[in-house]
Design a binder for this molecule. Sequence first.
Ligand SMILES: [Zn+2]
Length: 380
Amino acid sequence: MLFSNLVGQDSVKKRLIQSVHDNRVSHAQLFLGPEGSGNLAMAIAYAQYISCSNKTSEDSCGSCSSCIKYNKLVHPDLHFVFPINTSSLLDSSKDSVICDFFLEFWRKSILHNPYFNLNQWYESIGIENKQGIISAKESNEIVKKLALKTYESEYKVMIIWMPEKMHNSSSNKLLKILEEPPEKTLFILVAENQDSLLPTVLSRTQLVKISKLSDQEIINALVSNKNISLDTATDVAFLCEGNYNEALMLLEENESENFYSSQFIQWMRLSYTVKVLDIIEWVDGVAALGREKQKGFLSYAIRMIRESMMLNYADKTMVKLNGEMLDFLSKFAPFIHGANCLQINEEFNKAYAHIERNANPKILFLDLSFKLMKLLKVKY
Ligand SMILES: [Zn+2]
């Protein structure tokens, strides 16, 4: 991770770079910043910079042997600790499982989006309904790892993400090593909420405060990284409140929404006009999407049937749709009425359940389209 890969935060970057040049790298630091501020990305970029053998005055080189390992997060002197939960593991040795067991997932998550939040992390390791913790045995492991000699760099780096999830016994074990760390060891605690940390941990770390991003920083990043218009970027920045992770999620929703709406309009037109050959071609396209996308599309279709009924019978100001979809539904809604809406809704819901149960999507969407052709012709 290069500093230049990070969104905004120029003054923090400058201060950290200066501390390396001045030889003032404090051995225990707390990178405190809200979700989506990039505190984890900043910690990795900082560690990479310290370890880079060919650094410039502004950034790591990105191509020395240390950087190449950092780019894949596999440097032997870079260690991570993060919250996990092992209760769902079937393995009988699960009680001895530590973070390293999840390291592949961890690397993948960061390389995909270093701004991810705790829920996304839990989802990626399949524990979304449970709480993750950093246990006392993890602290033992930290002490053990740091007692080893460095392999390749001057510094051993230990990045602890979400120390808020440390068990008290785990924090207490760490205190001693935070106070008197082995030589050339760098601890970076990456936290969001200062109040959830033990005062004794806080007092042993140097605070690096990372603020939420400004709208302008988010707009600049979205326009240059995501290839979207300034207008869309401005809308997203307005909604995400300085949280770049939220910005990425909103953008994804926005893209899905646009995709689903164009698919829905096409499907309804073809079904109403009974263009069977075109329907078959449309079904091929939908069948090639992933299962999650197909479910997303069916949820969207169910919502559009409901919006049509609202347009027909309820308060039109409650209908929340973008321009193109509103135009289409204003004309299409009269074909959805009391004599067919329940059945269409039921068929869409059934299809959704079948997709969840691994039904063949080609047969399912074709079958559904034939039903729709008939149902859209029902007169009220
Ligand atoms: Zn380098």
